[in-house]
Design a protein around this ligand. Structure first.
Ligand code: EPZ
Length: 428
């Protein structure tokens, strides 16, 4: 397995292009199932998870072509997806276990084909990750759902009918599955307590471009009027706010100054507020966001919440930053039950962190020291990379397949800003 080697202590300066958002691209790819016509997506990031989703869609009969880069200055690739006819209705375990987001084919497949068999994703490193809310939402649209042999088997032979879906807790992919299914249901669907993440909004905009009728986009109450069919559309994937937030923290932890090309402040308001308290300035430029540390880094308290609150996907990165701040920081994770796997690895680099249930007390230390560390999940792995950038000496990050799932050319982008970082290819 490849690894990444970082020699810490370099100050990062320069410009970093922000790629299309992984968590927007994945539901956007799945939405191609809702029409027989071609969905053209621009600014698609080149990530392992995108390849996995493409393979799954290919197994369902979707024709996929990849060409060039999107017009309008986006760096991502243009992907054309056409689900003219479907060759199957099953998302198999061997693909779903590799990527939980495969659950996103459940809603569109059921709406289009009247049936879908999707393996239960099972848990992952950060938690049990149930999908019960997805199932109950589709049942509210008239689906008959059984769970057998580890598969969700959903049927709607006469098609779906609109209904009221009330989510007891905010679920991003649950909202996305329900919204996609409702676009082809007969009649009106209301989704109450809908997720408001920018990736959900991006999907809604694409669905509207495909002919769907959706009101309340960006709010926690969506109203969808079902259509008989959706049609071809072109849509560019929204820039990745989590990648942008990660690089903002890379600039801060190395006392550097970086311009994040394509990043949108409106998607990072809660992060910018917290970083400002910590002594990091984020200002808008004509091309994106300029991030620079003003003077010393101060410990601040952080609590993760659904959007527009502080995103759980930036919690590990923020913790790495707080490890070298002046003073203490209390970081509370409210979304997932086990999202502190980066803590033991950060402590091996000299961090001073105490975990009590869902809160971690971080006491800043003057300097971290490089060490060989192990990545456990996508965001924990990038937090270790951030710590390595600031640490004295060399850090080797193993199991970086986690990184490749969610960060496009991470080492290239950081090296271009002065980081001493390289990918070590495993001997064949
Ligand atoms: C999405 O996961 C993201 N993934 C995650 O990003 C992100 O951390 C998460 O939203 C929260 O923002 C994609 O968009 C592909 P949830 P999702 O349903 O939709 C509980 C990354 O690093 N829940 O919003 O799976 C669940 O256990 C990944 O890019 C149920 O109980 O998350 C969690 O505690 C990690 N039953 C909470 O809700 C359900 O049916 C929020 O989960 C669904 C969720």
């Amino acid at each position: 397995m490849d690894s990444i080697r970082i020699k810490g202590g370099k100050t990062l300066k320069g410009r970093i292009p922000i790629s299309g958002a992984k968590n927007a691209a994945l539901p956007l790819l799945a939405s191609c199932l809702l029409t027989e016509e071609t969905l053209t997506l621009g600014n698609v990031p080149h990530l392992a998870d995108i390849i996995t989703m493409s393979n799954l869609l290919g197994q369902l009969g979707v024709e996929i072509s990849l060409n060039g880069t999107a017009p309008g200055g986006y760096t991502g690739r243009v992907m054309e997806l056409k689900a003219a006819t479907l060759s199957g209705i099953t998302a198999p375990y061997d693909l779903v276990r590799k990527m939980r987001a495969s659950i996103l084919v459940l809603g569109p497949l059921l709406a289009r084909a009247g049936e879908a068999k999707v393996s239960l994703p099972g848990g992952c490193a950060i938690g049990s990750r149930p999908v019960d809310l997805h199932v109950t939402a589709l049942q509210k649209l008239g689906a008959e759902i059984t769970l057998d042999n580890g598969y969700i088997h959903a049927r709607a032979p006469k098609g779906l009918t609109g209904g009221e879906i009330i989510f007891p807790m905010v679920t991003v992919t649950g909202t996305e599955n329900a919204m996609m299914a409702a676009t082809l249901a007969k009649g009106e669907t209301t989704i109450v307590n809908a997720a408001r993440e920018p990736e959900v909004v991006d999907l809604a905009h694409c669905l509207v471009a495909m002919g769907a009728q959706i009101e309340g986009i960006g709010s926690d109450r969506l109203r969808i009027t079902g259509k008989d069919k959706l049609h071809a559309a072109r849509h560019n994937v929204v820039p990745d706010r989590i990648e942008a937030g990660t690089f903002a923290m890379a600039a801060a932890i190395t006392n550097g100054e970086m311009e994040l090309i394509g990043a949108k402040l409106e998607h990072l308001n809660s992060v910018a507020t917290i970083l400002a308290e910590a002594g990091v300035d984020i200002t808008e430029t004509s091309e994106g966001l300029m991030v620079r540390r003003l003077n010393s880094l101060n410990g601040v308290d952080v609590m993760t919440e659904p959007y527009p609150g502080f995103p759980t996907d930036l919690q590990a990165q923020m913790m790495a930053l707080m490890c070298v701040a002046n003073g203490a920081s209390m970081i509370t994770e409210t979304i997932f039950e086990n999202r502190f796997m980066h803590v033991p690895e950060l402590k091996r680099m000299g961090a001073n962190i105490t975990v009590h249930n869902s809160s971690a007390l971080v006491r800043g230390v003057p300097l971290l020291t490089g060490a060989p560390v192990m990545a456990t999940d996508l965001r924990a792995s990038v937090s270790l990379a951030l710590a390595g950038l600031a640490a004295r000496g060399e850090t080797t990050l193993n199991r970086i397949y986690h990184l490749d799932r969610g960060y496009e050319r991470l080492e290239e982008k950081l090296a271009a800003c002065g980081a001493d970082i390289e990918r070590i290819k495993e001997a064949a």
